[in-house]
Design a protein around this ligand. Structure first.
Ligand code: AQP
Length: 331
């Protein structure tokens, strides 16, 4: 809570061009909290460098991610939208939380295991301690809810454990946050390998649909999506590809699996894939148009980025000072 208002915090890494996984699992759900919560939505560039980035691309994607936040309906006058590295308190608190986070806990994180397998030549300490920085992101704002996709649930649970551990020593220092996941779309799978999560850093372009892909590309990618040799659109075990497409369709339309099965009864996969592609393209079109407008006005974006950083820094400093005082630092 901050000033008697509940707090929503979430972040997205500018580690690639955002996908419909990031959109359906996280971004699309952020505006829901705007009216009733104090909202902080951050572009977490410091997390992105746990994997090597090309500096010019990181810079471009950081601004573009902030623009996408606004294009997806986050009003910068009602939400604090900012870039993580602009608020040094994130790094400061992360160091402190590292000293309350156990080696064993970090070793169990699925994302660390996955990413170290994918980047075997660069298993750096940042990749390992990433969850302590994420805990700092969240705890700095006395966050109540963290809207996220399913893959980040384990990190929010670790954040809760860290907060509870510290609160046992220094009572009421942190609000203990709740992860919130959407009913449909919490885990969108790759179109090329539906047993694997869709990830923005996937090198196979056919595996991911990006928020900014044009209509033809979106429809083509869905048409190529891996399915199975059956022909019936139904949600069932062993039909990972179709289950994923049905989940995407459900998340965009709000329809239930039963409704989708009825809608496509007696029609083949071709019809269904086209409908998913068209629906996705239709829903992303207004976001893309807004994004284009925003990117044409660099001065506006820079001003919003600066305003967001100032607002976030104000609240972050308050928590950080409280933490430092409790720990015995001279402030
Ligand atoms: N496939 C997904 N389905 C649903 N939600 C997803 N999210 C990510 N992928 C999916 C959610 O998007 C938010 C931002 O994620 P992130 O940028 O912090 O990093 P990530 O979870 O590691 O996402 P990516 O796309 O897989 O990035 P890379 O390729 O860089 O690792 C989170 O709320 C996440 O749950």
């Amino acid at each position: 809570m901050l000033n008697d208002r509940k707090v929503s915090f979430s972040g997205i890494q500018p580690s690639g061009n955002l996908t419909i996984g990031n959109y359906l699992g996280a971004l699309k759900n952020f505006p829901y909290y705007t009216e009733n919560y104090k909202c902080f939505y951050c572009v977490v560039d410091m997390h992105a460098i746990t994997v090597r980035q090309v500096p010019a691309e990181l810079r471009r994607r950081t601004s573009e991610t902030l623009a996408l936040y606004i294009a997806c309906g986050l009003d910068p006058d009602k939400n604090t939208l900012y870039v993580q590295s602009h608020v040094p308190a994130h790094a400061e608190l992360a160091w402190i939380l590292n000293c309350f986070t156990m080696f064993g806990e970090l070793s169990r994180m699925t994302q660390f295991k996955d990413k170290s397998a994918r980047h075997a030549d660069n298993i750096n300490a940042g990749l390992f301690t990433y969850p302590a920085l994420m805990a700092a992101d969240i705890l700095l704002y006395q966050t109540d809810v963290v809207p996220i996709g399913a893959d980040q649930k384990q990190h929010v649970e670790l954040t809760r454990n860290i907060a509870e551990r510290i609160n046992q020593i220094y009572p009421d220092l942190f609000t203990v946050p709740e992860p919130i996941m959407p009913q449909a779309g919490a885990k969108i799978m790759s179109l090329a390998d539906p047993t694997k999560k869709m990830s923005k850093s996937d090198e196979n372009e056919n595996a991911v649909v990006r928020i900014l892909d044009d209509r033809d590309t979106i429809i083509r990618k869905f048409r190529r999506a891996v399915t199975d040799s059956d022909t019936c659109v139904r949600f069932a075990e062993g039909k990972d590809g179709i289950n994923n497409l049905m989940t995407i369709y459900a998340a965009f339309t709000g329809k239930s699996m039963e409704e989708i099965e009825r809608e496509f009864e007696g029609r083949g996969y071709g019809d269904f894939k086209l409908a998913v592609g068209e629906t996705c393209a239709d829903q992303l079109a207004p976001v893309q148009a807004e994004f284009k407008k925003l990117c044409a006005d660099k001065a506006y974006l820079e001003a919003q980025m600066k305003k967001g950083a100032d607002e976030a820094a104000y609240y972050a400093r308050k928590t950080l000072s409280k933490v430092k005082k409790k720990l015995g630092f001279i402030i």
